[in-house]
Design a protein around this ligand. Structure first.
Ligand code: FDA
Length: 309
């Protein structure tokens, strides 16, 4: 119930304006977001890479309905990739892109615009010596995102996909994408979705995650196991053993600021562990989705509001 309320709030512009202008401690945002500027994100990346972890950087922003803003997001990614390359960090850092932030939702030719902008980012990533993963948003965008992924992979075959275990369709999508060289991040899914398209209970979502992970681990692609769930991390380890996969033929992924000790524990065992590092001004929607996953984070946030307000 609380999760559904919070997920509705993550899309409310009125609440967003209120929260963004509230005297929130920088510490609250800083726990989950690496900073507002690209330079701060690069500093966080350097620290993570030095600790033996990999990184995927996300410039926060979604649901752009303005062509100029979509192009500005593209340019910001191109600049970020240049900064990473100049710092020699692209062997350990890729970028994650939300297609809605580069124009997908624009009426008319939004899908074309998102494809062109994403292709420009993929090209900059290739020049910098790294890759792009396309984040997945709510279910109304899944077909469009997978179709843009297919287009991009013609020129940039390393472009990664994200699939969400809470969707009924995802096991079939895993079968389609578990092919040679195909990088697929499997997550549970972070949006409020109707029962017609998505499993609603944690048990059903977890069971779907395991089914999907089996398909990816048995396939010939590169599975990216994106979860903080200790049970699922253990099951992933067991599937790696059973399928005889080598370390380096899959990776674990977790979010910046969440279970950092577990990230380090896995990395110390020689596992590839990638941390998803968001940065930028538009942290509201991202932060509220993190609250929805774990009420303890909400308490932390409200307490800080109360003490700073
Ligand atoms: P779940 O939420 O069930 O949590 C399991 C356990 O993990 C908890 O009991 C707790 O111990 C710990 N935990 C989880 N969340 C926590 C938090 N916020 N704070 C502290 N502890 C926490 N979604 C999407 O729809 N599209 C996308 O493109 C992506 N991309 C993405 C990339 C990466 C690298 C990750 C890790 C996740 C995503 N997600 C995503 C988000 C994903 O769908 C999901 O909402 C979160 O990962 C939370 O789900 P868990 O699998 O962690 O399990």
């Amino acid at each position: 119930m609380l999760r559904r309320v919070l997920l509705s709030l993550s899309r409310s512009t009125r609440v967003r304006d209120l929260v963004e202008t509230a005297p929130i401690s920088r510490d609250v945002v800083a726990r989950f977001v690496a900073g507002t500027r690209a330079e701060e994100a690069v500093t966080a990346t350097r620290r993570l890479v030095e600790s033996g972890r990999l990184v995927s950087l996300d410039r926060l922003g979604e649901d752009t309905l303005d062509r100029a803003q979509a192009d500005a997001t593209r340019d910001a990614y191109v600049r970020l990739l240049k900064l990473l390359a100049d710092d020699g960090l692209t062997a350990g850092a890729e970028v994650s892109v939300k297609l809605s932030a580069v124009g997908q939702a624009l009426a008319g030719d939004g899908e074309r615009l998102a494809l062109d902008n994403a292709a420009a980012i993929c090209e900059a990533a290739r020049d910098a010596g790294t890759l792009v993963t396309l984040d997945m948003e709510d279910h109304t965008t899944t077909d469009s995102t997978l179709s843009i992924l297919r287009e991009l992979r013609r020129d940039f075959p390393g472009t990664g996909a994200v699939l969400q275990a809470y969707l009924h369709r995802t096991e079939a999508d895993c079968r389609d994408l578990a092919t040679e060289g195909s990088r697929v991040r499997l997550c549970k899914g972070a949006y409020k979705e109707p029962a017609g398209v998505a499993f609603q209970s944690k048990q059903e979502v977890d069971r779907s995650y395991v089914r999907c992970l089996k398909v990816l681990m048995r396939g010939s692609g590169y599975p990216m196991v994106a979860t903080h769930d200790p049970r699922l991390v253990a099951i992933a380890g067991e599937l790696v053993r059973r399928t005889g996969r080598d370390k380096g033929s899959y990776e674990y992924q977790m979010l910046y600021g969440i279970r950092p000790n577990e990230q380090l524990r896995l990395a110390a065992r020689g596992e590839r562990v990638r941390v998803y590092v968001p940065y930028g001004d538009e942290w509201y929607g991202y932060l509220v989705r993190r609250m929805a996953e774990r009420p303890a984070n909400l308490v932390f946030f409200l307490r800080s509001l109360a003490t700073k307000g």
